[in-house]
Design a protein around this ligand. Sequence first.
Ligand SMILES: NC(=O)c1ccc[n+]([C@@H]2O[C@H](COP(=O)([O-])OP(=O)(O)OC[C@H]3O[C@@H](n4cnc5c(N)ncnc54)[C@H](O)[C@@H]3O)[C@@H](O)[C@H]2O)c1
Length: 294
Amino acid sequence: MNLKELFGYEGKNVVITGAASGMSKSAAELLLELGANVYAIDKNEIDLPVKEKFQVDLSNKEEIDTLIEQLPEKIDALFLCHGIAAFPGRELLVQKVNFYSQKYMTEKLLDRISDHGSVTFISSVGGFGWQQVYNQCVELINLPTWENAMKWYEEHSKLIESAYVFAKQCLESYVTYKCMSKEFIDRRIRLNAINPGDTTTGLTEDFNRSTSPNGDIKEGEEMISNIFLKSWNGYAAEPKNMGYPLVVVGSDICSYMSGQLIYIDFGLTSTWTSGALLQANQKSIEEISRESNE
Ligand SMILES: NC(=O)c1ccc[n+]([C@@H]2O[C@H](COP(=O)([O-])OP(=O)(O)OC[C@H]3O[C@@H](n4cnc5c(N)ncnc54)[C@H](O)[C@@H]3O)[C@@H](O)[C@H]2O)c1
C-alpha cells in the first residue's frame, strides 16, 4: 500500500493558516512530506519550503479579502489553525481571530473547495460545554455579513467576556450546525475540528500569563497544570501530537468523517463528561426514590 496515496494529498492544493508556529507548522511539515502543494498563511514570517506563503493579519477583513484573491482557484483541503490567547480588552480581537475570520474564510472559499474536499479547524478543550451557548452561536453564525457580526458582538459584550472559551464554542457549534447544511453536504465537503488539550507551543507563555489574575506566568502555569494535567499526573502535548492528527482528519483516510469534534487530550474531557453524568444520574436516582417515598 502506498502511504502517500492513502492520505491523498500528493499534488493537491492545501491552504493552511497559522503555519509559522506550533501545531499548524507541524501539520504543514507533514503535508509537505506527503506531497501537497501547501499555501501557508500567518501574520508572522513562515519558515517552511511551501508552494506559496502569505503574511496576513487574519483579524482584518480587508487583508483577508485581498488574500482570498491570491489563493488558488481550486482547494482540496483547508485548515484553519490561527489563534491567540485572551487578555482583558482584546475580547473582540479574540472573536475575530479565533472564530469569525475562520467562518468568513470558509464561506468565501467554499466555491473553490473541491467536491469531497475538507475543512478542518483547530478548536480547543476550552470550548467544552459549547452546547450551553449553541443557540447564541447559531444566531451569530446565521448573520450574513462581517459587519452584522461585529454589531452582534457589540450587543453581546457579556457573552464575549470569556473570550477564548466563547470563540472556541462558536467554532464547535459551527461544525455541528453546518456539517449537513446544503452547501457542504451536496458537494460532500467534510467539516471537522480537533480539540487539543494543553500543548507546548508559541501560545504557551500567553496562555500562562492570561490565566493568572495577576498576569504572573508561573502562577498561570500552575493553574493550567491544575486544570489539565494534575488529575492524571499528565504532561503537556507537543505540537506534532495535534498537527499530525489534524492532517489525518483532513485527508482521504477520514473520507467518511464529518461533523466531528475530536478531543485530543488523553481522555481528560471524557472523564469530565463521565463525572457530570454520574452526578446528574445520582440526582435523578435521588429524585425517583424521593417521589416513590411520597
Ligand atoms: N497550545 C495549546 O495548549 C492549545 C490548546 C488548545 C487549542 N489551541 C489552539 O491551537 C491553535 C494553534 O495554536 P498553537 O498552540 O499552535 O499556537 P502558536 O502560537 O504556536 O500558533 C498560532 C499561530 O497563529 C498565528 N496567528 C495568530 N493571530 C493571527 C492573525 N491575526 N493572523 C494570522 N495569523 C495569526 C500566530 O502568528 C501563530 O503562528 C490555536 O487556534 C489555539 O487556540 C492551542
